[in-house]
Design a protein around this ligand. Structure first.
Ligand SMILES: *[C@@H]1O[C@H](CO)[C@@H](O)[C@H](O)[C@H]1NC(C)=O
Ligand SMILES: *[C@@H]1O[C@H](CO)[C@@H](O)[C@H](O)[C@H]1NC(C)=O
Ligand SMILES: *[C@@H]1O[C@H](CO)[C@@H](O)[C@H](O)[C@H]1NC(C)=O
Ligand SMILES: *[C@@H]1O[C@H](CO)[C@@H](O)[C@H](O)[C@H]1NC(C)=O
Ligand SMILES: *[C@@H]1O[C@H](CO)[C@@H](O)[C@H](O)[C@H]1NC(C)=O
Ligand SMILES: *[C@@H]1O[C@H](CO)[C@@H](O)[C@H](O)[C@H]1NC(C)=O
Ligand SMILES: *[C@@H]1O[C@H](CO)[C@@H](O)[C@H](O)[C@H]1NC(C)=O
Ligand SMILES: *[C@@H]1O[C@H](CO)[C@@H](O)[C@H](O)[C@H]1NC(C)=O
Length: 459
């Protein structure tokens, strides 16, 4: 009885503050968002008149069909999330009533076999995601692609059912961002990007059978970011220079990732990509990366280099020739020790990340040139003695050490002196092995009582 009354009051309350268009019982509504995600729904709920929410979340359900007029009660709908359902049919008038409103539609991981022609009516559609649907190249309908082509600036597609490049993407005349995930093709036609060669800024291509960086890339005059990841057939031969022709090509490209592309060498490509600032080579087996191969990066603009999970067993010697580096990521490798010369000349380095390496030894002079280093991450390593080399790091602000490993004894009194006098901005994250305290607390509470403690130091 009480419960019924309460529910009734709640219901009235809801209607009163939402104005027209109460929240469907299956969903929860707040502000501009209707959240009907993860509810086991088998159909789009029916909405009452005059819903004024902007965002409709229907992802992670078991919806199979989007029926005509499914959204026609909405006055202000801009985003529809439908990913990870079982949608195989979108009826031709599904978007009736919201033609001018909807800007973003997410249909990833469904059972669509063609680009739904119903989308053609959406006059302001700027972002469409149909990744991971069984749509082959000849089901990117010419008319639909033409209709959505005027406004669309982000398009995401691709699946293991895609056997060739869909040539109708040429109708996407204003595309800025293209993300292709999955494709059984091993080459792209040279004019694959025709239509948006003068607009595309970000290109991501992953999980394809491509055997080389496509020549078509060289025509993307405004490309700034290239993510070319998890293309296992690439290998060293797939990133050879000739693909890119003249020197002036790709002059706006600043970011390149070639993650998990089966590379074993530092790609010579960067001899011609002079302007790239960030290079991510994670998850390639660069175990024997030679000094001569890294030499190709000298004189380029690379300042941020990531070699995470590259099977490295030592810091590659030639890295110290890349004196412009400000950020270096060596996480998830098999590096056991740092030798004195490993980071020679890296006077601009600000961020050094070495998480998850079996690193147990750091030579005393290792950090002598790292005058700009602000961030040093040694988490999940085998370090137990505090490395004396830290004394060189006068700009360091964040030091991350392993948890419950550090030998906190009077032997680390120098660190307290260093923090008090040489680098007062330093904060230390990590904890002691033998005593249940963070290193920082140990320094403040215990070290001052050590017999060898003096409050003076030569910085
Ligand atoms: C529609 O959304 C815009 C911004 O998203 C908001 O300013 C406007 O008040 C909304 N209109 C209605 C009727 O809720
Ligand atoms: C998905 O939809 C198809 C019909 O299109 C149906 O046969 C199948 O059982 C559905 N899958 C699930 C997991 O409900
Ligand atoms: C491209 O799409 C895939 C799959 O949806 C996603 O994992 C990846 O983060 C996207 N890439 C970019 C650059 O947005
Ligand atoms: C990686 O490249 C090597 C040749 O360098 C080749 O033998 C191997 O099959 C490739 N691996 C994959 C997963 O394609
Ligand atoms: C490390 O790289 C290998 C390929 O060399 C890849 O299969 C694996 O998933 C990567 N692991 C992580 C944690 O990224
Ligand atoms: C560092 O950058 C400057 C200016 O971009 C460049 O002239 C120089 O060759 C670079 N040095 C190295 C070692 O790459
Ligand atoms: C340093 O780089 C790591 C790895 O990319 C990142 O997680 C961390 O936030 C960076 N630290 C700073 C201070 O930028
Ligand atoms: C490193 O420095 C410490 C303290 O100054 C010293 O005890 C140790 O012998 C040095 N180790 C090496 C290998 O020079």
């Amino acid at each position: 009885m009480m419960w019924a009354l309460l529910s009734l009051l709640l219901f009235i309350g809801h209607v009163a503050c939402q104005g027209p268009g109460p929240c469907p019982t299956a969903c929860s509504c707040s502000g501009e968002i209707i959240d009907c995600g993860n509810r086991g729904l088998t159909a789009v709920p029916s909405f009452s008149k005059d819903m004024n929410h902007a965002e409709l979340q229907l992802e992670n359900n078991n919806i199979q069909t989007i029926s005509n007029n499914a959204f026609s009660q909405f006055q202000n709908l801009t985003k529809i999330f439908l990913e990870n359902n079982n949608i195989s049919l979108i009826e031709s008038n599904a978007f009736r009533g919201v033609e001018k409103l909807v800007r973003e539609v997410f249909l990833g991981s469904n059972q669509l076999t063609e680009i739904p022609s119903a989308l053609g009516v959406l006059e302001n559609l700027v972002w469409l995601d149909v990744t991971d649907n069984p749509i082959d190249h000849d089901h990117f309908d010419e008319k639909t692609m033409y209709e959505i082509g005027d406004y669309l600036n982000r398009f995401e597609f691709g699946s293991s059912s895609l056997t060739e490049w869909p040539t109708t993407v040429r109708h996407l005349q204003d595309l800025r961002f293209l993300n292709v995930s999955g494709g059984m093709f091993y080459t792209l036609p040279p004019d694959a990007f025709h239509g948006f060669e003068g607009t595309l800024q970000t290109l991501a291509i992953q999980n394809t059978e491509l055997i080389a960086l496509p020549l078509a890339l060289a025509r993307l005059r405004f490309l700034e970011k290239l993510h070319f990841d998890h293309n296992h057939q690439i290998g060293d031969s797939g990133v050879l220079i000739p693909s890119f022709g003249g020197q002036d090509r790709l002059s706006r490209l600043r970011y390149v990732s070639l993650i998990d592309d089966n590379l074993t060498m530092f790609p010579s490509l960067f001899k011609i990509l002079h302007f790239v600032e960030t290079l991510v080579l994670d998850s390639n087996s660069l175990a024997f990366v030679s000094d001569s191969s890294i030499n190709v990066a000298i004189g380029t603009s690379i300042v941020d280099l990531s070699l995470r999970n590259c099977s490295l067993s030592r810091v590659p010697g030639a890295l110290s020739k890349l004196t412009n580096l400000t950020k270096l990521n060596l996480a998830d490798n098999q590096i056991h020790s740092f030798e004195n010369s490993d980071f020679d000349n890296m006077r601009k380095l600000e961020n050094l990340t070495i998480t998850r390496n079996p690193l147990g030894y750091i030579a005393n002079e290792t950090f002598k040139d790292l005058v700009s280093l602000q961030y040093l991450d040694l988490k999940e390593s085998n370090i137990n003695e505090l490395p004396e080399a830290i004394r060189f790091l006068k700009s360091l602000q964040t030091l991350k050490l392993p948890l419950d490993r550090i030998e906190c004894t009077c032997k680390i009194a120098w660190l307290k002196q260093f923090k008090d006098h040489c680098n007062t901005a330093l904060s230390i994250d990590g904890s002691c092995e033998t005593i249940n305290y963070p290193v920082e607390i140990y320094l403040d509470m215990f070290v001052t009582k050590c017999p060898n403690y003096e409050n003076v130091i030569n910085c």
